[in-house]
Design a protein around this ligand. Sequence first.
Ligand code: TMP
Length: 216
Amino acid sequence: MSGLFLSFEGGEASGKSVQAQRLAERLMAEGRAVVAVREPGSTPVGERVRDIVLHAQEIPLGANAQALLYSTARAQLVRDVIRPALAAGKVVIVDRFYDSTLAYQGYGHGADLAQLRAVTDFAVGDTRPDRTLLLDLPLDAAEQRAATRKPGRAWDRFEAEARAFHERVREGYLRLAAAEPRRFAVIKADRDIDAVAADVWREVEALLPATTLTPP
Ligand code: TMP
């Protein structure tokens, strides 16, 4: 594989979607070939899974079932989008990847981590991020941001969870990052967008291979 694979991770309201978009725009402005996707989503099955797992209030889902649904979406995204893009030498940016399953279903809901890793191996094979940008936001800041979001947003299975759940997710992410310090960059997210974007850029810039430049 000759491209570059980057994933963004973080809790609710950490700003990772904005940062993923900013990074994609900056890379494209430099003439890089970029594919930016979100999880779950970005394939037909991924978008269906997103609806069920996030917004279908009438459908009960245990942690293991959630993990399998996310992994279904992930397997298809890897096969149809991520692998071909990396093979073509592009920069692939994912807004969430398998660390979300470990943090939310594993640390958050208590699903068995070793089993979640086995499911993840099955879903992604050796397609692993080169670098993972973890936007770390203290819970108080996350709650303040969430309170200013638009009223009338669709019900969300995860935003509806109690604070203790989100504390476990945050703690889980920090443990994952500590266990793989070469892959993870932990970025403080309780700052303004430009300051966070500058840190993201510093992490990514050094990794950019010449292959990701689009030919003139
Ligand atoms: P977001 O893209 O707006 O962050 O929404 C995705 C939600 O889905 C978020 O609450 C985290 C959750 N999620 C998991 O619980 N496990 C996963 O594997 C993924 C990809 C997302």
